[in-house]
Design a protein around this ligand. Structure first.
Ligand code: SF4
Ligand code: SF4
Length: 323
């Protein structure tokens, strides 16, 4: 099954299968994004199609580090050590699968996911045919992808197959990001606390210098040639104050975009937070307006259905999606 202890692997595998994760090798997974379904069945794409032009129906959502991360964020939908009465070392992927195998496994998993659409009378058949040939991969599902040592090779392999890549990292391993052998199409750094005190409470890092490391990553961000994004997951009553401190982090990183997005009460986050911790779109917008005032970034777009607001210094976002 994988290199975790047998009882741990069985508990995790069972729970994640129920949540419709498709396991790939020993530490990766693909999961159908809600917006893949919405795009093919109801003609409603995700906000990243609206902002950046990627096609939701041709997007594959995966993780190369399903059970592994350097943080235990309160708002995370990932199964964390201790959640299912089993524990494991979350900081180390014990057996490393080769990138080519992961990419092939992801394509097969996506095909399996799409098989379910054949019996749906509302399926858009043109989109369905296109979906069988994914053009975009979100390396973001769960876990910290920089824990997967050959991450640059994985990104390169996806690019060689004609896909664009959006990589989401929590920024706690700057040395891994600086050594990435291939940049993604767009790089996201989760910046979900304005200062160290709140960071420790909300993002619950697994090692003491994580806040310093995240700040190192923010400083490193300008050395990337790809578009960079600070992703702020906002949790009501936890990390939506001290906007001035967030502005300081933005100044340090000088990202191309900021995405301010509401926490969603899904997956294992239900063990740690309640529905009342989800801010409304209005509250996210209010946060974004204050941030815009303090940073000089402007609000470019928003998607109320996903409770997300996009900020940038640009006049409009650059589309990276291919047809
Ligand atoms: S970009 Fe993200 S939200 Fe959009 S379809 Fe892909 S995984 Fe889903
Ligand atoms: S960094 Fe991401 S995967 Fe890791 S605990 Fe936080 S939300 Fe979950």
């Amino acid at each position: 099954m994988n290199s975790l202890e047998k009882n741990t692997a069985e508990a995790l595998f069972g729970a994640l299968k129920k949540q419709k994760y498709h396991m790939v090798g020993s530490h990766s997974a693909v999961k159908r994004c809600k917006w893949l379904y919405e795009s093919i069945i109801n003609g409603r794409p995700c906000y990243k199609q609206k902002f950046y032009g990627i096609k939701s129906h041709r997007c594959l959502q995966m993780s190369p580090s399903l059970y592994y991360c350097t943080q235990e964020c309160l708002f995370c939908w990932r199964a964390q050590s201790g959640d299912l009465q089993v524990t494991w070392d979350e900081m180390k992927i014990p057996k490393v699968d080769p990138p080519e195998e992961i990419v092939e496994g992801c394509f097969k998993a996506q095909e399996k996911i799409l098989t379910g659409y054949k019996g749906n009378s509302k399926t858009d058949w043109r989109k369905f045919q296109e979906a069988l040939r994914p053009k975009q991969v979100a390396i973001s599902l769960t876990g910290e992808p920089t824990l997967y040592e050959p991450l640059g090779e994985l990104i390169r392999t996806f690019h060689q197959k004609g896909l664009t890549t959006f990589l989401v990292s929590n920024g706690t391993l700057p040395s891994k990001l600086s050594r990435l052998s291939q940049e993604p199409t767009q790089l996201y750094i989760s910046t979900c606390a304005p200062n160290e005190q709140i960071y420790k409470k909300v993002c619950r890092p697994e090692f003491p210098s994580a806040w310093e490391r995240l700040n190192e990553t923010l400083e490193l961000l300008q050395s990337f040639s790809c578009p960079t994004v600070l992703r702020m997951t906002l949790v009501k009553n936890h990390n939506m104050a001290e906007v001035g401190d967030y502005a300081g982090l933005v100044k340090k990183a000088n990202p191309k975009y900021i995405e301010a997005k509401a926490y969603m009460h899904i997956g294992f986050s239900g063990l740690r937070l309640g529905f009342e911790n989800m801010p409304s779109h209005g509250q996210v917008k209010e946060f974004a307006e204050k941030l815009a005032e303090k940073t000089g970034y402007r609000i470019l777009d928003e998607a109320p259905e996903s409770r997300v607001v996009l900020l940038s210094r640009l006049q409009k976002p650059v589309h990276v999606g291919a047809d």
